[in-house]
Structures are given as C-alpha cells and as structure tokens.
Design a protein around this ligand. Sequence first.
Ligand SMILES: [Zn+2]
Length: 77
Amino acid sequence: MNLLRLIILGTTIWIAWFLFKRWQAEKNSRKVLDKPPKKTELMQQCEYCGVHLPASEAVHHNNKVYCCTAHQKAAQQ
Ligand SMILES: [Zn+2]
C-alpha cells in the first residue's frame, strides 16, 4: 500500500512539473511575440553615388543627402 501511494505521489509531482514547464514555455514564447518589432531606421540615398545609408549616418547639405563629405564636395563642383 505504501508503494502505491509513493507511485501516485510521484506521478502527481511529475504531472505538476510537466504542466509547470509547459506553462512556462508558453509564457516565454508569448513574451517573444509581445516584443515590439525592431526599430527600423530610415534609409537615404546619396545624391552623388547612389549608395543607400541610414539617415543618422548621412551628410545633409542644401536639402540633399550624401554618404560622406567627399561626395558632398564633389557634387558641388
Ligand atoms: Zn556617395
């Protein structure tokens, strides 16, 4: 009788552990889905060579966009 109780207790603990693990995995996968999408940066094109680059790295001059100061100067000549 003692062995039967032990088996029932063991099975109950195993099922509880299994359900807990499954619940935790579900919670983690939902957390990944809830994450905001990766912030995308606006891409701009160099007026001189046509290369695309992030707006934060672009050189702005007279409402025109350049990839570097060298191309900005070259475009002015
Ligand atoms: Zn360029």
